[in-house]
Design a protein around this ligand. Structure first.
Ligand SMILES: [Zn+2]
Length: 288
C-alpha cells in the first residue's frame, strides 16, 4: 500500500518500508551531461524544452530484519519540499532511537541530511552509521574534487557534508569492500557517481532486493547506462558500475530499488535485444 509517502513490501521475512522524503527539480544536465543531454531531453518527451526542470523524488528505505532495524539513507534533512523522513518514520510507528544501523550510501546532501538534526546531534542516537572508508575520506577533505559539479553547488555540498558527517564520527562504522552489516543485509561498493558509493543487497528466503542508490538516477539510465551526469564524479567508472549492476540484478531477477526513480522506486531489470529495460514493479505491498 502506498499511503502518506510510505510504502511497505516484503523480501522473504524481511519487511521493507520505502519512505518518501520529498524531492527537488533538477535540470537535464543533472542526468545526462555534455553530448548526451539532447538525447536525454528528447527521450523524456521534453524535446524543445531543454531547460525544463525534472522533478526527482528522494526515497529512503527502512529494512526490518528479524533482529535489526536498518535505515538506508537519511534524505535531505530540510524543508521546504523535502526532509520529511524523520516525521514519516514517527508516523509509521518507527522510534528513531530503535534504528540500530544507518547506511549512508554516499555523501551527497540528499542522502545525509537527517544524519544529524538541527541541534547538530545524531538523529539516530543508538545507531551505528555505516559508510565506506573511501566515501568518508573523500567528503571530509577540506576541498573534495567535485569535478564537473557546478562551482557554487560544489561549495554547498562540501559545507553540508562537513556539517552532517563530522558529528556522527563517534557512531561511525567504516567498511571496505563487500561487507555484511547485519545478517541478510550486505553493502557492495558501486563507485563512479562518488568514489565510495555503496549499494545494499537484502537477502531472505531466496528473495533479493538490490538497493542501487545513485548508481542510476533516472529510469532512462537503465537502457542508456552510458548517459552520465555532471554530478557523476568518474563517468567511465559510473558506466562500468552500471553494467555490473545490470548484470547482477538481471541474472538474480532481483527486485531493485532506486533512490531517485518514481516513488517507491521499485522495479526489475530485464534483458532486451539491444541492452536493458526497466520494468517498474506493481506496488502491491501491505499496509505500512
Ligand atoms: Zn548522489
Amino acid at each position: 500500500m502506498s499511503d502518506g509517502g510510505v510504502f511497505q513490501f516484503p523480501v522473504g521475512d524481511v519487511i521493507c518500508i520505502a519512505i518518501d522524503d520529498g524531492g527537488y527539480d533538477y535540470q537535464p544536465e543533472a542526468f545526462a551531461f555534455g553530448p548526451h543531454e539532447q538525447a536525454f531531453v528528447a527521450a523524456t518527451g521534453q524535446r524543445g524544452a531543454e531547460n525544463s526542470p525534472i522533478h526527482t523524488p528522494y526515497t529512503c528505505l527502512v529494512v526490518r530484519t528479524p533482529q535489526h532495524l536498518v535505515l538506508i539513507d537519511a534524505g535531505a534533512g530540510w524543508d521546504p519540499g523535502n526532509g520529511k523522513l524523520p516525521a514519516r518514520l514517527r508516523a509509521a510507528g518507527i522510534d528513531l532511537a530503535a534504528v540500530d544501523v544507518v547506511i549512508l550510501t554516499h555523501g551527497h546532501s540528499d542522502h545525509i541530511g537527517a544524519a544529524t538534526g538541527q541541534d547538530g546531534q545524531p538523529t539516530f542516537p543508538n545507531a551505528r552509521y555505516v559508510m565506506s572508508t573511501a566515501e568518508w575520506t573523500f567528503w571530509n577533505a577540506e576541498h573534495p574534487d567535485l569535478n564537473h559539479t557546478p562551482r557554487e553547488f560544489a561549495g554547498l555540498l562540501t559545507w553540508f557534508a562537513h556539517q552532517k558527517l563530522r558529528p556522527i564520527e563517534p557512531q561511525l562504522d567504516l567498511v571496505d569492500g563487500e561487507t555484511e552489516v547485519v545478517p541478510g543485509v550486505t553493502v557492495l561498493p558501486v563507485p563512479g557517481h562518488t568514489p565510495g558509493q555503496l549499494a545494499v543487497l537484502v537477502r531472505s528466503h531466496g528473495e533479493q532486493l538490490l538497493v542501487i542508490a545513485d548508481a542510476f538516477t533516472h529510469p532512462l539510465h537503465v537502457p542508456h547506462p552510458e548517459w552520465t551526469a555532471n554530478v557523476d564524479l568518474d563517468p567511465a567508472q559510473t558506466v562500468r558500475t552500471r553494467q555490473a549492476l545490470l548484470e547482477r540484478a538481471s541474472s538474480a531477477n532481483a527486485l531493485v530499488q532506486a533512490f531517485h526513480f518514481p516513488f517507491p522506486g521499485l522495479g526489475r531489470v530485464r534483458r532486451a535485444p539491444e541492452g536493458w529495460t526497466w520494468a517498474p514493479e506493481a506496488t502491491h505491498g501491505g499496509p505500512a
